[in-house]
Design a protein around this ligand. Structure first.
Ligand code: SF4
Ligand code: MG
Length: 303
């Protein structure tokens, strides 16, 4: 059928939030992002209660894509939200944290937004250990613009932008996060709402840059539910598997083994709480060092 990912098309049986009827945004029936939303709402509720924080202490930052609609779709108490520009959710988050380091900042992004357009921003924030949480909804496709190949689309797959098959190898997000120095890495799937919610809560509580990477199938352009969950009747082995309970996320070598293995591991892969956060470093120098006046900074550039 006609994709409902495009927010300018109308018709069909889509769900629309009743709170913001002036926006004509929607997700298609069965989209994995509905599960991610429920997971995020649950995690946020727990985080705010545990930390005795008001909802407005949280800011949800999105780029562009079906994932970006998360900002408007949250149905419980509304945190602040910024629906920003394509691929730039991390720089925007950094700006928010520098303005007010005490805010709980959550990025919601898709594989295209985060790993394609925004890829260059991941490594610097990992090195800074910026204290935010990124929820990445990976569906291996650009859904909003109707099905072009994305960084996580498999090699050789035919899409509207790759009529002769995708020419590039697919990106391996979990391996990349670990190599880049992301200090909390979790991997989950959109239908496991309870597990996902707990993982998101842990990510928000983590001191540093945390990523919860969610397999969130696009039912319209790349329905991977069966491949991920398997199908006994058809003899399809599931791609996704639970990381064995004995795994120690503080063990970097063990984490490396998990991300190098085939398939999609589900669970917390890596967690390093030993590093200082960028926010704390900024707090430490603010007020303790003498700042130059704006006039003297401008003077420094004068020839
Ligand atoms: Fe529809 Fe796919 Fe977008 Fe979900 S990701 S809203 S299924 S086009
Ligand atoms: Mg996508």
């Amino acid at each position: 059928g006609e994709g409902l990912g495009n927010q300018f098309c109308s018709g069909g049986s889509f769900r629309m939030t009743l709170k913001n009827p002036e926006y004509d945004f929607k997700w298609c029936p069965g989209c994995g992002d509905f599960g991610v939303r429920r997971g995020l709402e649950g995690a946020l509720e727990k985080y705010l209660a545990e930390n005795e924080q008001p909802t407005e202490n949280t800011v949800v930052v999105a780029g562009i894509g079906c994932s970006g609609n998360m900002v408007h779709m949250l149905e419980k108490e509304q945190p602040f939200g910024i629906h920003g520009i394509h691929g730039r959710s991390l720089p925007i988050s950094m700006g928010i944290k520098m303005g007010n380091p005490d805010l709980n900042v959550i990025v919601v992004a898709g594989d295209g937004d985060f790993l394609g357009i925004g890829a260059e921003h991941i490594a610097p924030q990992a090195m800074r250990n910026l204290n935010i949480t990124a929820v990445v909804m990976d569906n291996g496709v650009y859904g909003l613009t109707k099905g072009q190949s994305s960084p996580t689309t498999d090699l050789g797959v035919i899409t509207s932008s790759t009529p002769y098959g995708k020419m590039e190898e697919k990106v391996h997000p979990l391996r990349n996060y670990l190599t880049m120095g992301v200090s909390f890495i979790g991997s989950t799937i959109s239908n496991k709402v309870k597990d996902m919610s707990e993982m998101m809560y842990q990510a928000m509580s983590h001191p540093g840059f945390s990523i919860v990477h969610v397999q969130s199938p696009c039912t319209e352009y790349n329905n991977t539910y069966e491949a991920l969950k398997g199908n006994v009747k058809k003899g399809i082995e599931p791609l996704a598997y639970d990381i064995p309970e004995g795994h120690d996320p503080s063990d970097a070598e063990a984490a490396q083994e998990v991300v190098n293995a085939d398939g999609i591991p589900l669970g917390v892969i890596f967690r390093d709480t030993s590093r200082p956060t960028f926010d704390q470093k900024v707090k430490d120098i603010t007020g303790s060092k003498e700042m130059k006046s704006v006039e003297s900074l401008i003077e420094g550039f004068a020839i």
